[in-house]
Design a protein around this ligand. Structure first.
Ligand code: ADP
Length: 787
């Protein structure tokens, strides 16, 4: 039951709420009891409890309604205050927005028109203007985006990265290419300046920042800095950064926009180039000129060597260095070479500032332009002054050496004369003595003396030949020779010697070989005599064979023996000077060790080669190959060949011009035995007088004589001779040089014989000279012979 009803029941009826149910039951009972009596009363009694319940319910409903009303009232009040607050806030925001709008509008208008217009407070007008301005701004932004896109594209095309530094916000835009350049994806890198600063090489940062600062402060028209910039993988790139500040009307920098160019390759190239340049500059004198020769570059070495400073050289014409040491033709050649686009190389003498001359080896190359014509010339020069000095010194030394060599040759000529003259006497007198009546003992002694003298002569001849070859004074005189006669002569000489030693000897000439050959008979004979001499010397049993065979275009001379042979390891050395296969052999066999060396060199001088094949204990074969050269038909002499042997001789009236009394005696004695009549004079002048006075068939003329020497005397005789008359003159000389022989023949002599000579050689030389003179001068003095 509702509490209000309870209280009212209590107050009105004095009933407690707890008593009510019992009373209600009683009422219902009473109603039942009186139903019949009084129906209305009964209904009243019965309905009263129900009424009270309804009243209680109504009270409860009222309570509920009241709560609801209260609560709704409460709610309305909160909402109201919230709405109030919101409205207040909105009003504030509205007023702020209005202020911002006004500011934006002002700013936009200023941007658009530059000059500020009268401020409009009319919101509608302002809104309209804002719409217009916003559209304009939109259009501008679009244009800017397009332009930036184009710029970015251009940058990408140039492969450059782009950066845009907003100085007011401190933010930096880095383009994708900027990031890609250092190995980053577009989203990798933020927009702070630190992204740049943290990647610059510590050593380069200060320089780069200084460049930025200088430009921001208006000190430079644009910013340019080169620095190392770290790539994502840690290595550094070389970056060239260029930028330009965007300034407001007051000149204050607002932004700075610029590019990053990767110049690592260029820097690497520059590095190499600078290294090359350094290397070149360190070692060479380098200059560059324009096409007129005006100096545009000079390196330090050029300054050092010329004594000029760089400032003094630049702009000057290269002819400043002309020394006057070269003729105009050389400069013409230089200029015509380089102006035609070719490189000129040559030695130049230049003049330094102090007047000193210096030598350079110059390489001057043109640098060609697109049209193929020279634009400038690069000269690279090496200082060769020291080489030139050394060259001069060498030249002097060479002259000194040549003088010394001449002196040596003269000494050899003198020595030859000094030794050969007494040797002539010794050998000649020994032969004369051996032709007289002697006791067997005397004959033996004199025979031994002659053998010794022969060996001595052999040694002297070897040493002289060797010296002549060394001095380059050994000449080869080729003449038509009958090879078979030469070989026969050697056979006649060696056959008896071999037989004496119990050896067999044979000589053979290939019938395929021409009869006449161009050879130096003296030298071929000398080589063969030496080879045959060795063969006989080193062979005790068996045989010695001399053969000449045709081998293609050459002829192969070979001397084969069955002697002791030469060990294989020694064979290559036997042609060296003073070399002998075995020291002990030297003692057993004697010799100077020069024979094969001389032979080998003579063969070479004759255009051939020499070799050896040998088996120790079996024997050796020395051989040499000479080219076959046939004489022209006209060159073949009528006579018998190399040595003219006339079996029957005429008795001649001979003038002997000789100053040495022993040699006079020897010659007179030899010639008298042949039945010739001999007059003797002691010098050239006397010879001249004698030939003037008497008629002689022949003159034997010594070359070295007091008063007038043999050559001068011969010239004088020839000068006085009437036409068609020719007195045969044979030179007697102790000198062993070919040029002596040439001098004799030049002076007009007909023959030449070297001392010491043997009787047969002397007679052969006389016969030869008479033959020559007769062929050349048929109307000669032959008729005066005393038959
Ligand atoms: P030498 O005058 O001393 O003989 P050579 O130059 O003629 O000088 O010879 C040099 C050396 O070569 C000789 O000493 C000898 O040892 C060796 N030789 C030369 N010819 C023969 C040969 N036919 N048989 C063996 N050995 C030889």
């Amino acid at each position: 039951m509702h509490r209000l009803l309870e209280r009212q029941l209590k107050r009105v009826l004095g009933l407690d709420a707890g008593q009510w149910p019992r009373l209600a039951d009683k009422l219902r009972d009473w109603a039942d009891q009186v139903a019949d009596e009084d129906a209305e009363l009964a209904r009243g009694l019965f309905g009263l409890p129900q009424l009270l319940e309804r009243v209680s319910e109504s009270y409860a409903q009222q309570d509920r309604d009241l709560t609801l009303v209260r609560r709704s009232l409460e709610l309305s009040s909160t909402e109201l205050s919230t709405a109030n607050e919101r409205l207040r806030q909105e009003a504030k925001a509205m007023s702020q927005a209005l202020a911002t709008l006004q500011w934006t509008f002002d700013a936009l208008r200023q941007d658009a028109e530059g000059e500020g217009e009268a401020r409009s407070d009319d919101l509608v007008t302002m809104a309209g203007q804002i719409v217009t301005l916003t559209r304009e701004q939109e259009r501008i932004r679009e244009a800017l985006v397009k332009s930036e896109e184009r710029f970015e594209l251009a940058m990408r095309g140039a492969n450059d990265g782009l950066w845009d530094y907003d100085l007011t916000s401190g933010k930096v835009y880095y383009s994708p290419r900027w990031k890609d350049m250092i190995g980053h994806a577009p989203d990798d890198i933020g927009d702070s300046l630190d992204e740049w600063a943290s990647r610059v090489h510590p050593e380069d940062k200060a320089g780069a920042l200084a460049a930025v600062q200088a430009h921001l402060q208006g000190e430079t028209p644009h910013m340019e800095a080169t620095f190392r910039f770290r790539h994502r993988d840690g290595h550094y790139l070389w970056i060239l950064s260029r930028g330009l500040a965007v300034r407001d009307a007051a000149g204050q920098a607002l932004r700075m926009v610029g590019t990053h160019t990767d110049i690592s390759q260029r820097m690497e190239l520059e590095h190499y180039l600078s290294q090359f340049k350094r290397a070149l500059d360190e070692h060479a004198i380098v200059s560059i000129t324009d096409v007129r020769g005006n100096i545009t570059y000079a390196n330090q070495r050029f300054c050092d060597i010329s004594g000029y400073t760089r400032e003094e050289l630049l702009g000057q014409n290269h002819r400043l260095l002309k020394s006057g040491m070269h003729d105009a033709a050389m400069y013409e050649d230089l200029w015509s070479t380089i102006s035609q686009g070719r490189t000129w190389v040559g030695e130049l003498c230049n003049r330094a500032k102090d007047g000193q001359h210096y030598w350079v080896l110059a390489t001057i190359s043109p640098v060609l332009g697109n049209d193929g014509l020279p634009e400038q010339y690069i000269a690279i020069r090496a200082d060769i002054s020291r080489i030139k000095d050394a060259e001069k010194a060498l030249l002097k030394a060479k002259e000194a050496a040549e003088n010394a060599n001449r002196a040596k040759s003269e000494f050899l000529a003198n020595m030859s004369h000094e030794i050969r003259t007494p040797m002539n006497g010794v050998l000649g007198m020994l032969s004369l003595a051996l032709d007289t009546h002697l006791t067997p003992e005397q004959r033996e002694y004199l025979g031994l003396a002659r053998t010794s003298a022969d060996s001595l002569l052999h040694v002297i001849n070897d040493i002289l030949d060797f010296s002549k070859i060394e001095a380059g004074r050994m000449d080869i005189h080729e003449e038509p020779v009958r090879l078979r006669e030469l070989v026969d002569e050697l056979a006649r000489l060696n056959g008896p010697r071999c037989r004496e030693k119990g050896l067999e000897f044979s000589a053979e000439v290939d019938p395929e070989l021409p009869e006449w050959l161009m050879l130096d008979p003296v030298r071929v004979r000398q080589v063969l005599v030496n080879l045959l001499g060795n063969a006989v010397k080193f062979t005790t049993t068996g045989e010695i064979r001399l053969t000449v065979r045709r081998l293609g275009f050459g002829m192969r001379f070979a001397v084969r023996d069955t002697g002791i042979g030469i060990p294989r390891e020694k064979q290559a050395h036997v042609f060296e000077s003073f070399t002998q296969a075995d020291g002990s052999i030297t003692r057993r066999f004697g010799g100077t060790g020069l024979g094969l060396s001389i032979s080998n060199q003579l063969v070479r001088l004759m255009g051939g080669i020499m070799g050896v094949e040998s088996e120790p204990g079996q024997g050796s074969e020395f051989h040499f190959l000479l080219p076959i050269c046939e004489p022209k038909p006209a060159a073949k002499p009528e006579g018998a060949g190399a040595i003219v042997v006339t079996p029957e001789r005429r008795r001649l009236h001979i003038l002997l011009a000789e100053d040495n009394p022993i040699n006079q005696k020897l010659a007179v004695s030899l010639l008298s035995r042949e039945g010739h009549q001999v007059d003797v004079v002691g010098d050239g002048e006397a010879a001249l007088a004698a030939t003037d006075a008497g008629r002689y068939d022949l003159v034997l003329m010594d070359m070295q004589m007091p008063v007038l020497d043999g050559v001068a005397a011969t010239r004088a005789i020839r000068a006085r001779e009437p036409a068609g008359v020719h007195l045969p003159i044979v030179a007697l000389t102790a000198n062993a040089y070919e040029d002596d022989r040439d001098a004799c023949l030049d002076a007009g002599m007909d023959g030449f014989i070297s001392k010491p000579f043997k009787r047969a050689e002397l007679m052969a030389a006389i016969d030869h000279a008479l033959g020559q003179a007769a062929t050349a001068h048929p109307a000669g003095p032959g008729g005066s012979a005393t038959t």
